[in-house]
Design a protein around this ligand. Structure first.
Ligand SMILES: C[S@@+](CC[C@H](N)C(=O)[O-])C[C@H]1O[C@@H](n2cnc3c(N)ncnc32)[C@H](O)[C@@H]1O
Length: 235
């Protein structure tokens, strides 16, 4: 990792270490609870491939991994760089008595898994935090089986001017206000908002996925384009 990448990585990691306790609550507030429904959709897409080996990258507090664990016969590897986020995820699976998830500290850019290993890889609201987007995606490509699928859920900016304006008002006013009221960590949430603005628009991100090697890429817009599900196939 180069010096600027290292300091970016530490900055992002520290943000998630600091907001882990209220992350789930804030996520519900910021997305008006819609994130849960879109994560269920990720699982429904995954079920179509009857996956046995599944990887959830940037798992955070384990929301998607827990939903995926309901797929019969599946083993879920769930990785993240934040110990505090993973602690919360771990407590959740203990309470729910879930036995088919293994949590690991691991960077998306340096996955500790062998080539062509997973049937499905999911990444929920994680890619925009990667220290090196292209490297993170090519690592996913490497560990995915030939007929495997990468499922990404990520924020995006609506194209329709009215929804774009609404989106701008919500992200620039509503989110900072609730972040201040409920967590006092406004700076951390401002980072999250900025990362949304800096993340490549839908079409550009599609090109990046194709450049990484993914063949068919399908998108599903959610809430007028405020989030997008990307379904990318390795072959
Ligand atoms: C916005 S949270 C998403 C958590 C969860 N997937 C969800 O959908 O609610 C982003 C997560 O990405 C993790 N993260 C940031 N950079 C990462 C990287 N380079 N490799 C793996 N995880 C990373 C953070 O620690 C954080 O838990």
């Amino acid at each position: 990792m180069r010096n600027n990448e290292k300091s970016n990585f530490l900055y992002i990691k520290n943000i998630f270490e600091s907001i882990s306790n209220e992350y789930d609550f804030m996520n519900d507030l910021m997305t008006f609870k819609n994130h849960s429904k879109w994560k269920e959709e990720i699982v429904e897409i995954a079920i179509d491939s009857s996956p046995k080996k599944v990887l959830d990258i940037a798992t955070g507090t384990g929301d998607i991994a827990i939903k995926l664990s309901k797929i019969k016969g599946s083993i879920i590897e769930a990785v993240d760089v934040s110990e505090n986020m993973l602690k919360i995820a771990h407590n959740k699976i203990e309470k729910l008595n879930i036995r088919n998830i293994n949590f690991k500290i691991c960077e998306a850019e340096n996955l500790v898994f062998e080539d062509n290993h997973f049937d499905i890889i999911s990444i929920g609201y994680g890619v925009r935090n990667f220290t090196n987007l292209e490297k993170g995606l090519s690592e996913s490509f490497r560990v995915l089986k030939k007929n495997g699928k990468l499922l990404i859920l990520e924020t995006s900016i609506p194209e329709n001017p009215i929804f774009k304006l609404l989106y701008t008002l919500i992200t620039n006013i509503y989110v900072p206000v609730i972040a201040f009221i409920f967590s006092r960590k406004t700076k951390a949430y401002l980072y999250l908002l900025n990362s949304t603005k800096k993340f490549p628009p839908r079409r550009k991100f599609l090109e990046i996925l194709k450049k990484t090697g993914f063949k068919k890429v399908e998108t599903r817009k959610k809430l007028y384009g405020a989030s997008t599900i990307y379904i990318a196939s390795k072959k």
